[in-house]
Design a protein around this ligand. Structure first.
Ligand code: FAD
Ligand code: SF4
Length: 517
């Protein structure tokens, strides 16, 4: 790997190496720019560092304390964001559906929320490119959304136990299903600049890190590509300050590595630290916030889970956790809410399952023991649905300090009427599916998932933090690329769209850069 001097300016510093940071890092490096990525977490070696052990793998989560407030305070840690080279993709489940065109215009269609300043057609070529590069496995004919221009790179992965039962229940009710698109390899795959990645062995511990590299986390895909093209990755480098010069541009980034403060001079900064840390860094440094929107418009997907017990031996730890999908509920005809949701089958690892039983269902003693013994016979379905940007959901800096002496973020979250109505709709449907599939002891686990918003993109500098190219309205050499810039939550999992925006932001930046040269 190349090493750049800290005393000479590099072309760009990229802060954070997750879904938003890694693709653009590779793109900028491939264009010949001198780029350095600063990543707070470790650079792991999956084969050595990712055992099949949930507790050992808690190291993949961002476990610094965050303060949760509101009527539905969100759990952080393993519920929401990761750390390490690869960011949250180290522990994501690798479900990679595309957004649908109308996901981007919820205000136009329903009069609530915010439209995207981009059309589906502007994002679609990046979906195509990323699915080929990552080796996304998916069906030959995906039933929802616009006709695809390119087929998925590989055929779908095997459907796990929960998926098979969900298919049975949906068939009974006339709900259409399909094998999901997963960024995990159903066959060995070779990529120039990255090398060979082996096929998924159905180990099922994707949320504890894939130790063979079959899952397309950034550390085994875009990061090696970035290094191949000359990027430097500095792990264990926690950014604390962005220093501006007399013309208001960022000229230096200050970070802590091995307990020491280091500085990197640069021409451009790409802030890709995720919904919470990106907003926190800007608020701490009092930057890019003339709109007053930094920290606002915080969203988290409506994500109710419905579980049931079955006679069949399901073994919910086996196979890719999310194997089956339905988007029949994308815009339900009988909806009394804006937007929509998708349905996905879910697998679960044993410790996660038991902590849900204890914390989510309040089981203890003999009841908890009975639930534990039923583990191999449980299956779940969850939804991921729109969440509107409400005024009452936001991030602020608290008076409490973390171990580095920086203010801890406090995040307010309360589901609004729209999210509550959607949850009621989905609860009824998923219970009917499980009943039709033969479940007993059905229970609900209400939750919100995926943190989104806080630095919204838009066309108006009074209501948005960055423009459609991810560029700050206030600081021209600052770009943001992560899930913080989504104007609306979308009714699908976010990672593929974050990566697509990342490549687009890099391409738009390079076009501009070439014009300036
Ligand atoms: C259990 C779980 C399963 C999921 N499964 C799916 C799924 O199946 N499909 C899907 O689409 N999405 C899934 N998600 C969500 C998805 O993983 C995230 O939305 C996405 O990865 C976020 O990308 P990001 O680039 O915005 O942030 P991240 O990937 O979180 O990257 C931010 C990076 O910045 C680093 N960082 C933060 N602050 C600093 C700082 N000050 N200095 C230096 N570095 C810093 C962090 O360490 C981190 O590596 C899942 C999430 C969870 C929690
Ligand atoms: S199920 Fe496949 S992708 Fe997931 S951890 Fe196992 S081998 Fe990796």
């Amino acid at each position: 790997m190349k090493h750049y001097s800290t005393s000479e300016p590099v072309d760009a510093v990229v802060i954070g190496t997750g879904a938003g940071g890694a693709p653009l890092l590779a793109r900028l490096a491939a264009a010949g720019l001198r780029v350095v990525a600063l990543e707070s977490g470790d650079h792991w070696n999956p084969g050595k560092d990712f055992p099949t052990d949930e507790r050992a793998q808690e190291k993949l989560f961002w476990n610094d304390e965050r303060l949760s407030a509101g009527n539905d305070p969100l759990p952080f840690g393993n519920n929401n964001s990761g750390t390490g080279v690869g960011g949250s993709t180290l522990h994501y489940t690798a479900y990679t559906p595309r957004a649908q065109p109308d996901d981007l215009c919820i205000r136009t269609d329903f009069g609530v929320g915010a439209d995207w300043p981009l059309s589906f057609e502007q994002i679609e070529p990046y979906y195509d490119e990323i699915e080929q590069f990552l080796g996304v496995s998916g069906p030959a004919n995906y039933p929802w959304g616009p006709t695809r221009k390119r087929a998925y790179a590989l055929p779908p992965l095997p459907i796990n136990g929960a998926g098979q039962l969900m298919e049975r229940g949906c068939r009974e009710l006339g709900v259409q299903t399909s094998p999901a698109a997963n960024a995990a390899l159903s066959a060995g795959y070779y990529q120039e600049g990255v090398g060979h990645r082996p096929a998924c062995t159905n180990r099922g511990f994707c949320q504890a890190g894939c130790n063979i590299g079959a899952k397309a986390s950034m550390d085994v895909t875009y990061i090696p590509l970035a290094i191949h093209h000359g990027a430097e990755i500095r792990a264990q480098s926690y950014v604390t300050q962005l220093i501006t010069n007399s013309s208001g541009q960022i000229s230096e980034v200050i970070y802590i590595r091995n307990g020491q403060e280091e500085r990197q001079m640069c021409q451009y900064v790409f802030l890709c630290a995720g919904t919470i840390e990106t907003a926190r860094l800007l608020l701490v440094n009092e930057l890019a916030n003339s709109s007053g929107q930094v920290g606002r418009n915080f969203m988290a997907h409506t994500a109710l889970q419905i579980w049931g017990e079955f006679d069949e031996d399901i073994r919910p730890y086996k196979g890719i956790p999310g194997a089956l999908i339905s988007e029949d509920t994308h815009r339900p005809a009988d909806a009394n809410f804006a937007g929509g949701y998708l349905l996905q089958s879910i697998g679960v690892m044993p410790v996660t399952y038991l902590s849900q039983m204890a914390r989510g269902r309040g089981l203890w003693g003999a009841d908890l023991k009975r639930a534990a013994l039923a583990y191999n016979h449980v299956a779940g379905i969850n939804i991921l649905g729109d969440c509107l940007p409400h005024d009452h959901n936001y991030l602020e800096l608290s008076d409490e300090k973390d171990i580095r002496g920086l203010p801890k973020p406090r995040i307010y979250f309360s589901n609004g009427e729209n999210e509550k109505q959607m949850t009621v709709h989905a609860d009824k449907l998923m219970r009917a599916i499980w009943e039709a599939a033969g479940a007993r002891n059905v229970w609900a686990y209400p939750r919100n998932a995926h943190i989104i918003g806080t630095c919204r993109m838009g066309n108006d500098p009074d209501t948005a933090v960055v423009n459609a190219d991810g560029q700050s309205f206030d600081i021209p050499n600052l770009y943001i690329s992560d899930n913080s810039i989504f104007p609306s939550a979308l009714s699908v999992n976010p990672a593929l769209t974050i990566m697509a925006l990342s490549l687009r932001i890099a391409d738009r930046f390079l076009e501009r850069h070439r014009r300036l040269d």
